[in-house]
Design a protein around this ligand. Structure first.
Ligand SMILES: [Zn+2]
Length: 170
């Protein structure tokens, strides 16, 4: 038996250990048929709304060239999505291009920060690098299992990091 909200195994449980959804059993009653998926859907919508401010933890340096000099505008904040709903089952690409490293690195690291119910959290990914014809972009998506994955590449070719839990992360 799996949680109707996130798919976690909830056999013998009364509440899902990951997302907190109450486990309903015996929906034999005709009247209640279809009630559980509906409740799970509105519960999921509430959880997604609690996830806000999804961004890259570290900004990228913003450099501009003016009057023969390079000027440093400091770190540029990189925002993926305003809320969990913006990236549920779809990739939210950050609106910046990233230089590929010159060396033969095969894994890149990134840390994503977000708020969960107003509490700041962060989560770190290791992600395979990938050959693309263009610049790299970074993206994130919340999967059906209510875990976050990170993407590197472009819309056509990208690698995907392992899904990591984002709810109630200590
Ligand atoms: Zn669940």
């Amino acid at each position: 038996m799996v949680c109707q909200c996130c798919g976690t195994d909830v056999e013998g449980e009364s509440v899902c250990g990951y997302c907190g959804m109450v486990v309903f059993v015996d929906f034999d009653d005709e009247e209640d048929a279809g009630g559980e998926p509906r409740i799970a859907e509105s519960y999921r919508t509430e959880l997604l709304a609690r996830i806000t401010n999804i961004k890259l933890k570290q900004g990228l340096p913003k450099i501009r060239f003016e009057n023969g000099r390079f000027l440093d505008d400091g770190l540029q904040e990189i925002i993926f999505a305003g809320s969990g709903e913006d990236c549920y089952e779809k990739i939210a690409w950050a609106p910046v291009n990233i230089c590929k490293p010159q060396d033969e690195r095969t894994k890149a690291s990134l840390t994503v920060s977000y708020d969960c119910g107003g509490v700041p959290k962060e989560i770190s990914f290791k992600i395979e690098t990938i050959r693309t014809d263009d610049w790299w972009r970074l993206g994130v998506a919340i999967q059906k299992n209510m875990r976050l994955s990170a993407y590197l590449g472009d819309a056509e070719h990208h690698s995907r990091a392992e899904d990591l839990p984002i709810l109630f992360v200590p």
